[in-house]
Design a protein around this ligand. Sequence first.
Ligand code: UDP
Ligand code: MG
Length: 239
Amino acid sequence: MVEYSIIIPVYNEADNLSLLYYEIKELTGRIAVPCEIIWVDDGSTDSSLDIIKGLAKKDEHCRYLGFEKNCGQSAALYAGFQAAKGRYVITMDSDLQNNPRDILNMIPYLAEYDMVTGWRKDRHDTGWRKFSSKFANGVRNRLSRETIKDTGCSLKIMKTSLLKNIKIYKGLHRFLPTLMKMEGATVIEVPVSHRPRTMGVSKYGTWDRAFSGLRDLLAVRWMQDRQIHYQIKEMSDEH
Ligand code: UDP
Ligand code: MG
């Protein structure tokens, strides 16, 4: 029985993968319960997929999926969620901006919560990036009546049984705390560390993120407003 499925979306991150693998193995060695690592190559055009295949060959705890072409981070995560065998799913980026060690501080919260999501309190991105993210989180919280400080942080742990009920559409990986709450999950946000990207490049620009983010937010708001709630008062006997 796998306890944690660590799902890593990868798009042209060849220079980061070996070090990330090393850091993750250090983590799994410390938590000492059965873990699997699911690498999802999102149509990389560099040698990422070859590196991942090499890891899967030498380490039985590594699995991988390789997309035919680039389909986006939401698609990569969703495919990983569907493949997950663990009781919990852990997500993190493959660019070394997240530190897998933070998972050790997050796990104890699972005794009380179904989802633990990271908050990059001391964020190492450009000033403009930090400002636009803060602004986006503000708008997001206002419209979706949320209080999440950093929904874009990829470092998350989620109960798989609830996560698998969610159908993810493009961009919706940024709304996982809200979508999990809609599935009845209890959610806590905890501070995590953040590192600058030193190798490879960011896959997003500010404006594409802002515009698609607004469209996605309206969809999530609609889902919240139109969610079905019912309690069964009576029913026939089951035969
Ligand atoms: N990513 C992906 N598919 C994409 C874009 C990004 O799998 O189309 C992965 C990427 O390799 C990284 C994570 O998603 O592991 C976050 O991307 P990035 O670091 O570019 O985002 P940022 O930190 O700049 O928000
Ligand atoms: Mg990044």
